[in-house]
Design a binder for this molecule. Sequence first.
Ligand code: SF4
Length: 342
Amino acid sequence: MASLYDTAGIEELRSRNAVQPHRIKLFRTALFKKALGWGAALDTLPETARLDFSNHIEFQSLELLERHDSKTDGASKLIFKTPDQHLIESVILRPKTGRISLCISSQVGCACYCSFCATGMMGFTRNLTCDEILDQVLQASQIVKEEGRSIRNIVFMGMGEPLLNMEHLFSALAILCGPSFFNYAGSRLMVSTVGIPHAMARFSEQFPAVQLALSLHSARQAVREKLMPQARKYTLDVLRETLVEASRNGKVMIEYLLLAGVNDSVEDSQVLTDYLRDIPVHINLIPFNEYSGCNLHGTPLAERKAFADRLKAAGFNTTLRYSLGSDIAAACGQLVQHKNGL
Ligand code: SF4
């Protein structure tokens, strides 16, 4: 079986069925750019070739097991099953701006154990393959297409640390940006990391147009280590140098989860602005989504606004984020492998 993304395998099929090259272009356009689904893509091929293509291309790597639609906002959580029976999640976000985003997973579970994240509590099972990463995009695109819309942005902020699955992440990004595949502009893709300096450097070198987001969450080494065990390995000093380098390609997003009594004081905002001084960044302040088994609490809205005002007054582009999908456990930090009894 050839993968949908296996150029050589598809070329072999094309050649043995004497299909004109432009029909393959139509086939890929139907699948990746128009999100029309397998049947419509096959219809672009000569009738004589359809059965051979159908029998020798693996159209789906994931099975869509469940879909949960939020009753309060436009989020949909998709639960997929991998061929080896693991569950992963993706989230379609439909904000009021009309710009639909898709949040996808890069691993089954995660080895980073961030204390604010439900996925981190699961532990790590395995990396997703390139096809499994891309199948989340393909299937979600078809769902959104049925609504007469399309996915504008794709963010690697679901389960897993993408830069610990670099090989498959890089292959997937190349196909997402590839003109004969999904053809996304780099600016519409974002990879979020806990901060792994050597991987961030390689990522910035290979995909300068793709956006990078750093989950910072504190500019104090001790606090960061408590929140994110990976911070013990990669200190704030080293991370700052990497940030300066990465920002040469454009603004880096800084993700900052506001946790009551942990990282939300006046002093915390001061340390943060000192740390980021002179680096072109955009700071996203994220509300914490509580989940059972975690004893952290989110900062109340009024204090989140005050924190944002202090950052803005210090000259930083800052956005106060609101979570979508919290009623279906699809908000940031809530993705978890088991079915959660929705
Ligand atoms: S926040 Fe991201 S890196 Fe940290 S445990 Fe959760 S999935 Fe892993």
